[in-house]
Design a protein around this ligand. Structure first.
Ligand code: GLC
Length: 546
């Protein structure tokens, strides 16, 4: 275990913060970013070809969802070789080119690491399942049948059905928190830890700047494999996994030691970031910073995705999260990812602009999901084109609508592919694309770019303190206001979550000037005592005369 860190790690620029604290992360789902070989699926060369766009947009790091060798049962989250690029996405040489081109543009590269489970096609699993006596038997989780001859306990798969599959040849069951094609590795086995640490080192030596670790809270299971308790509040519309509280199958205390081990591997390579995917309530989530901050640098905070889109609820969430953070723990915020309905689909186009301003003005590292910056919404996917295995197992839970191709220009398939795209595009792709929106001062893309640039220019926004502002009750129900403060500068952010006009009293700290509004034409306006907000409008106020 390494020594506790009390203060943020100093960054190379000497500004006192690490790049992953002041910077912004952009998630790329590689199947859908840019295809260069006409097979309808994006690839690594496509990402390299679009790095200039990302630099222009103003993000600091890309996180790329898995491109390892895989049979693609879960689109790459089923890894058959942790140290190889799948031919669908290119070659290791393509990856090396990507990372050097990214670094040339001062963009960091974060990989997706999937250590909880491998593919059923991984040679480790082939060897493990070959016999009960196999040297790698204990690399996976094998159990005898329960007393009735059925599965060893009541644990369910996150993708529907039981989490145990019987292997006829050896008469035992193996555990899989997801698909049967994704057997869980046994992280209690030191050989597994060592092999996984080696995989991390393989990529670290190639220059990657960090990892987003898939389902990190799942890594260790209850040693006694006790049954999970029933969830009395289960509703039939929910995914089957919610029938039980996942008390024993994940979020076990021993996981923190595993994470500290991974963190120590990363730290030996300098300032690299460890991000953990964690779907847990705030009080559990913050324990993943680890004792003495030896855990994840950024335990992914998905609370904005899960909280009702109302000013009061979001204000309460931000205050609760800020208060729950351990000393020195750096916050982070996420609005969407490849597993969740798109923000514009959930809150609508007008509020998607408020969401952008919120994400990029809260305290903590923001993660943007590709395509949100052009306002991609729900893209209907006809049943015959459905791809996601979860949606096939449990209709209604498919994740295809949030994984559709990026839209670049007014060209066939919006410039994504010269072939047939693996998922459909939006009906308005000839207008909703980067080329059309980049020169439009009112577009959501311009708003994202301005927000990112403002964040870079004002340390108050990137690393400053956060303070919620009290509003009269009728206003607080619809408007969320807060300040960001650093280096003697105070910025005030006021967000209208409603589609009504409001007048917000600014009783202290003024006069102000509008630095940016979600609505065009107001930047530069001075505001004295009352701020008039249009429906669905958000503004960032700063000191006048800048
Ligand atoms: C994570 C990934 C998701 C994947 C699952 C299993 O939740 O984000 O896409 O299906 O893990 O690996």
């Amino acid at each position: 275990m390494e020594a506790p860190i009390k203060a943020p790690t100093p960054g190379a620029g000497g500004c006192g913060t690490a790049w992953w604290q002041s910077g912004t992360v952009y998630q790329i789902y590689p199947r859908s970013f840019q295809d260069t070989d006409g097979d309808g699926v994006g690839d690594l060369r496509g990402i390299t070809a679009r790095l200039d766009y990302l630099a222009w947009l103003g993000v600091d790091a890309v996180w790329i969802s898995p491109f390892y060798r895989s049979p693609m049962a879960d689109f790459g989250y089923d890894v058959a070789d942790y140290c190889a690029v799948d031919p669908l996405f290119g070659t290791l040489a393509d990856f090396d080119a990507l990372i050097s081109e990214a670094h040339r543009r001062k963009l960091k590269v974060i990989l997706d690491f999937v250590p909880n489970h491998s593919s059923i096609a991984h040679p480790w699993f082939t060897e493990s399942r070959a016999s009960r006596m196999s040297a790698k038997r204990d690399w996976y989780i094998w159990r005898d049948p329960g007393p009735d001859g059925g599965p060893p306990n009541n644990w369910l798969s996150n993708f529907g059905g039981p989490a145990w599959t019987r292997d006829e040849a050896t008469g035992q069951y193996y555990y899989h928190a997801f698909l049967p094609e994704q057997p869980d590795l046994n992280w209690r086995n030191p050989e597994v830890r060592a092999a996984m640490h080696d995989a991390l080192r393989f990529w670290l030596a190639r220059g990657v700047d960090g990892f987003r670790v898939d389902v990190i809270w799942h890594l260790i299971k209850d040693e006694g494999f006790r049954d999970n308790p029933q969830n009395p509040d289960f509703q039939p519309h929910q995914a089957g996994i919610n029938r039980f509280h996942q008390v024993y199958s994940c979020d076990r205390p021993e996981v923190l030691d595993i994470i500290a081990g991974m963190r120590a591997v990363l730290r030996a390579y300098g300032e690299r970031v460890l991000i953990g995917e964690i779907y847990l309530p705030i009080e559990r989530l913050v324990t993943y910073y680890g004792p003495g901050l030896t855990g994840a640098d950024l335990p992914f905070n998905f609370q904005l995705i899960q909280t009702p889109w109302r000013a009061e609820a979001v204000a309460a969430l931000v205050a609760e999260y800020e208060a729950a953070l351990p000393e020195g723990g750096w916050p982070n915020w996420v609005l969407g990812n490849h597993d969740q309905p798109r923000i514009a689909a959930r809150v609508g186009e007008a509020q998607a602009r408020i969401a952008a301003m919120l994400l990029l003005t809260l305290r903590g590292t923001p993660t943007l999901y590709y395509g949100d910056e052009i306002g991609l919404g729900h893209v209907p996917v006809p049943p015959e084109r459905a791809q996601d295995p979860w949606g096939r197992n449990e209709p209604g839970h498919g994740r295809d609508p949030e994984r559709t191709p990026m839209q670049w220009e007014d060209a066939p398939n919006a410039g994504f592919t010269a072939g047939t795209p693996w998922l459909p595009l939006t009906g308005d792709a000839n207008r909703r694309n980067v080329d059309e929106l980049r020169d439009d001062s009112r577009s959501i893309l311009t708003l994202y770019r301005r927000l990112l640039s403002l964040r870079r220019d004002h340390s108050a926004l990137s690393v400053g303190a956060w303070r919620g502002l009290a509003l009269p009750p009728d206003l607080a129900a619809e408007v969320f206001a807060y300040e960001r403060i650093a280096d003697g500068e105070t910025l005030r952010i006021v967000l209208n979550f409603s589609n009504q006009e409001w007048s917000v009293p600014l009783d202290e700290g003024g006069p102000w000037q509008i630095l940016l509004s979600t609505h065009s034409g107001r930047a530069g306006d001075r505001v004295e005592r009352q701020l008039r907000l249009e429906p669905d409008e958000g503004v960032i106020l700063g000191p006048p005369g800048r």
